[in-house]
Design a protein around this ligand. Structure first.
Ligand code: ATP
Length: 268
């Protein structure tokens, strides 16, 4: 199994992601193309990679997008959760940040994904703590060093962009913010279609997929549609079927409550 913090090429493709078309196109231009055709970018004098900040409500595909970017570029992927790097001993977090970049340097091309970035780099004034300011500074130094070399791309994700230290977002750092929104009815259909792509479904596949458009799935995130699919799978097995039918999804929908209520707290 894959250990966090180590470089591997993920097995997620654009096909596994529903909706989010414009975010995908932006990532294709900002990261996938430059990794695939560095000579084009060098020819027009663009050498510094651009960092991307994916922001938006939980469970809407930020991690999935970052993995697909690496996979589509055939780049290694190092995934780091912000809170994990925050160590109890003075100096350890900075060393851990430097270690992430040195590991990336030895496995180029490489995408580094910092999930829950807000935990790692809160505004230096707010947080007040000296050690958190040092972590921010270390990360800034590493990001600024990237302009001199090719092959390392940084994607970060957060649900709380407003609490991130602004210096992180300046040109040459995480300068490209991309909003990953909660899906609307049509997008839920595309997401459920992507989630069911490899699942054993009967003849009523289109009926199942169109359920995502109905009020039964109001306020569902992509992650909620993922749990819907898992619950339907459990229900199919409980009736000793290896195939997911419409009735399994109807049952599952009664068990899942959309996350939108919970998100409203963040995004009012
Ligand atoms: P968090 O902020 O909680 O880390 P996230 O935005 O990174 O959330 P993901 O981890 O990418 O969300 O999504 C969780 C799961 O939800 C995915 O593994 C996938 O099953 C499903 N999912 C979310 N969005 C999509 C989508 N657009 N297309 C297909 N599946 C999705």
């Amino acid at each position: 199994s894959k250990r966090e913090g180590f470089a591997t090429i993920p097995d997620v493709s654009w096909e596994d992601i529903g909706a989010l078309q414009s975010v995908r196109e932006e990532l294709q231009t900002a990261i996938v193309q430059p990794i695939k055709q560095p000579e084009l970018y060098a020819a027009v004098g663009i050498s510094a990679p651009t960092g991307v900040l994916l922001w938006g409500p939980p469970g809407c595909g930020k991690t999935l997008l970052a993995k697909a970017v690496a996979a589509e570029s055939k780049a290694n992927f190092i995934s780091i959760k912000g809170p994990e790097l925050l160590n109890k001993f003075v100096g350890e977090s900075e060393a851990a940040v430097r270690r992430v970049f040195s590991r990336a340097r030895s496995s180029v091309p490489c995408v580094i994904f910092f999930d829950e970035l807000d935990a790692l780099v809160p505004r230096r004034d707010d947080a007040g703590s000296e050690s958190s300011a040092r972590v921010v500074n270390t990360l800034l130094t590493e990001l600024d060093g990237l302009s001199e070399r090719q092959g390392i791309y940084v994607i970060a994700a957060t649900n709380r962009p407003e609490i991130i230290d602004e210096a992180m977002l300046r040109p040459g750092r995480l300068e490209t913010p991309l909003f990953v929104d909660l899906p609307g009815a049509d997008e839920r259909v595309e997401i459920l279609r992507a989630l069911l792509r490899t699942k054993p479904i009967g003849d009523d596949k289109e009926t199942i997929i169109s359920m995502a458009r109905t009020s039964a799935c109001d306020g569902f995130s992509g992650a909620d549609l993922g749990s819907l699919t898992r619950q339907a799978g459990h229900h199919a097995l409980s009736r000793r079927s290896m195939r997911l039918d419409y009735a399994d999804f109807q049952f599952a929908a009664t068990r899942i409550k959309g996350s939108v209520g919970e998100m409203a707290r963040y995004y009012k």
